[in-house]
Design a protein around this ligand. Structure first.
Ligand code: ADP
Ligand code: MG
Ligand code: ZN
Length: 481
């Protein structure tokens, strides 16, 4: 029997407001512990929360960008539980009345468009951070840092519409791109500004009813999410095939061991005793405000993609990749402005540039090759200053050093040889050292020509103009009959 996975994702994204969601404390990252706290975010008796208007605006932006309906009326609720990083003993969240509902995100999986439904987007506050440690001098200790307590979050809950780990990855990349385009979240999984829990079940193919799900936590990269899901699918299928049953539970991804392990079962699951927070009035969102925000939305990934195809006449495949992050799209547009041959720019970005970035696990805005340098280099290829082959070396050098291409070519002596005399010299010596092949060519073996061209290029260390090499080599071979 074949099984089909069913996946639903819950994403927490930190909103990029300057102050916290219910107080005026700064949200700046990396400050000394507990320097950004006040009676409100540390839950002192008698203190009162006041909602941050900017945080609501950012959450509405996301709701609109993901085709949700913004609720005219939503309610903050207390989610009660004890944990040392939660000074109030409850987290302010939303429960029965979330801010936004019924949206979708469009993904492309294996060339096909697919909509992943969004059940809800709600607002809540982040918890603090625990730091556990032990030194030779001390007993094991745990510190708590409340700087993060009260940083605004949105939780985005997808429908159980995802059918493979790859689709889950696509969905997450798309959602992150939307947040980044909107400039409401940095989307950095390693720093924890974008976090994902994954619900996963399997069912026999053709069965309507969903299977029992487990919830996976503790994945801090897209790769981890995909790997954890792959592992969990295999585990659940093996269990069922063995006559066993999947139990509903929360499991933690162990990135070192590449497995998921049970953290707590359904019986130990919390009863959060949600109730409306009496300290906060319900949010009544004005229709006009929603419209104003709608008008202010920037161009979103899909719109940009369509425009790139239209305006720059590049294939959909290219446009999809080039708009996958805002930084990529900006880089592309700036490069094309400076060197108006979009397909050439695209080829270099999708080839050399992405390869280097991927190897170093970097984003395009951390790249030392600026659009300026790329455009300058492409102009040098175009006007014949350097060969297309040398250009790859120039690019690598630009990437490594951050130097402009002009300087690299000058210092390395990589200027293309267009001097016929010099190329002729190389051609002659190649023919002389390969008399057998030259003879073969003259006897009609066209195949060897490419090899001889390669030899000439080698002899000139890739600097000879390939067109001239071709011409001169042919002439020489024929002339010497
Ligand atoms: P909870 O309140 O326990 O988090 P929800 O009903 O809100 O539960 O669902 C949370 C997530 O689990 C959603 O993303 C939803 O799509 C997903 N989900 C629900 N049922 C299943 C299932 N049987 N298999 C996989 N995912 C599921
Ligand atoms: Mg959940
Ligand atoms: Zn505060």
């Amino acid at each position: 029997m074949d099984y089909e996975p069913v996946i639903g994702l819950e994403v927490h994204a930190q909103l990029l407001t300057r102050s916290k969601i219910f107080c005026g404390c700064s949200t700046a990252f990396g400050e000394p512990p507990n320097t950004q706290t006040c009676p409100v975010c540390t839950g002192q008796p008698g203190s009162l929360p006041v909602i941050n208007r900017k945080a609501v605006e950012f959450a509405i932006k996301l709701g609109l960008a993901t085709h949700c309906t913004i609720a005219p009326y939503s309610v903050f609720a207390r989610k009660n539980y004890f944990y040392p990083d939660l000074p109030k003993g409850y987290q302010i969240s939303m429960y029965e009345y979330p801010l936004a509902e019924y949206g979708f995100i469009e993904i492309i999986d294996q060339g096909k468009k697919k909509r992943i439904g969004l059940i809800r987007i709600h607002m809540e506050e982040d918890a603090g951070k625990l730091k556990h440690g032990e030194t030779p001098e001390t007993a094991p200790f745990s510190y708590v840092d409340f700087n993060r307590t009260g940083v605004p979050l949105v939780e985005i809950v997808s429908g159980p519409d995802i059918r493979s780990p790859q689709e889950a990855g696509e969905y997450l990349r798309r959602l992150r791109a939307i947040l980044q385009y909107l400039e409401v979240c940095t989307g950095d999984m390693e720093k924890g500004t974008f976090r994902c829990d994954a619900n996963i079940s399997v069912r026999p193919e053709g069965q309507d009813r969903f299977g029992t799900r487990t919830e996976l936590k503790n994945m801090n990269s897209f790769r981890h999410v995909e790997k954890a899901l792959e592992y969990e699918i295999k585990r659940q299928i093996a269990l069922l095939k063995d006559g066993g049953k999947v139990v509903q539970e929360t499991r933690l991804w162990d990135a070192g061991a590449n497995i998921t392990a049970s953290m707590r079962g359904k019986e130990e699951a919390h009863d959060y005793r949600y109730f409306p927070d009496p300290d906060l009035v319900p949010l009544k969102i004005d229709e006009n405000w929603i419209e104003t925000i709608r008008q202010s939305l920037p161009e979103l990934p899909n719109q940009k993609k369509e425009r790139f195809i239209r305006e720059f006449k590049i294939p959909e495949y290219d446009a999809e990749i080039l708009t996958s992050t805002r930084a990529m799209a900006d880089y592309f547009e700036e490069s094309v402005r400076l060197f108006p041959e979009p397909k050439t720019v695209s080829n270099w970005m999708m080839g050399e540039l992405l390869r280097e970035l991927k190897r170093d696990d970097r984003e395009v805005d951390q790249c030392s090759v600026t659009p300026n340098h790329l455009a300058e280099m492409l102009s040098m290829v175009k006007d014949g200053t350097i060969s297309g082959k040398i250009a790859k070396d120039v690019f690598e050098e630009m990437y490594r050093t951050g130097n402009p291409p002009g300087r690299i070519v000058r210092e390395k002596g990589w200027v293309q040889i267009v001097d016929t005399g010099e190329i002729e010299g190389a051609v002659e010596s190649v023919i002389q050292s390969n008399p057998k092949l030259a003879e073969d060519y003259r006897n009609g073996k066209e195949k060897v020509f490419g090899f001889l061209v390669g030899e000439v290029m080698k002899a000139t260390r890739g600097k000879a103009n390939p067109k001239l090499v071709n011409e001169l080599l042919r002439k020489k071979l024929k002339g010497q009959k």
